[in-house]
Design a protein around this ligand. Sequence first.
Ligand SMILES: [Fe+2]
Length: 272
Amino acid sequence: MLKFIVLADIHIVPAGRLSNGLDTTSRLNAAVDFVNANHADADFVIFAGDLADRGEAEAYARFQAAIQRLQPRAYLTLGNHDDRPTFLRHFGAHHAGETGNVDHVVDIKGHRIIILDSSDPAAGGSGVLEPSQLDWLRARLDEARDRPVIIVLHHNITKFHTQNDFIILRDHAGFGEIVASHPDIRQVISGHVHMTVSGTYKGIAFCTLAGCHYSIEPTLESLSGPVPAPVPRREGPGEIAVVLSDGDSTVVHMEKFLDRHLVMAQEFFVRT
Ligand SMILES: [Fe+2]
């Protein structure tokens, strides 16, 4: 049985600062403790982007220090809050794959896991997979037509009919077309939206985890008008995804390492 963990939306800031009023480093430490206590037997952990809140070198140093204690090995990729050049300067150029992005492929226990870097600082919070990455993805899928594949990336791959639909993965139609050509895609797992959602897109099963930062209350668009603003954000839960997969089935458990859900003051979301 393959077992791995996905964490997302870590949003580490330099020492002495908070991110939207939250101490994100202590939340990451709590997540690391939770994984070590409950899932030290996992094959690996994926950090699915937004490792840093604003992409600072000091934030990556704090992130790296915090995950030293993690018992399973870690794979990293980036989200819209990250800064790829700063990340690669800190962690090393070997984290970039052949397209220059922080993509990985992991073959383990009869599965292929594909981890994609959808960050693009020019995309205003949306996700982007460059044409070279889509070609790379198609090739990695074609090589693995004989086994199940699970894909992990920061951005969600379809609209959720909620307030953050304007920052999903761009060209998700192209991504979906490529992915749907594989005969055994088990899951596409994302963070980014700070909410727990599951469904299908073009027949592909997906889920998103609420992640390590604040949670967003899903505020559904109405048929008669736009989503009301502001939307409630809550200080919890802190949530990880636990993925269990074998030849027949893939199961994703959303587990809470923090379980407080108070609505946060709106002042924490005024951009400075
Ligand atoms: Fe994000």
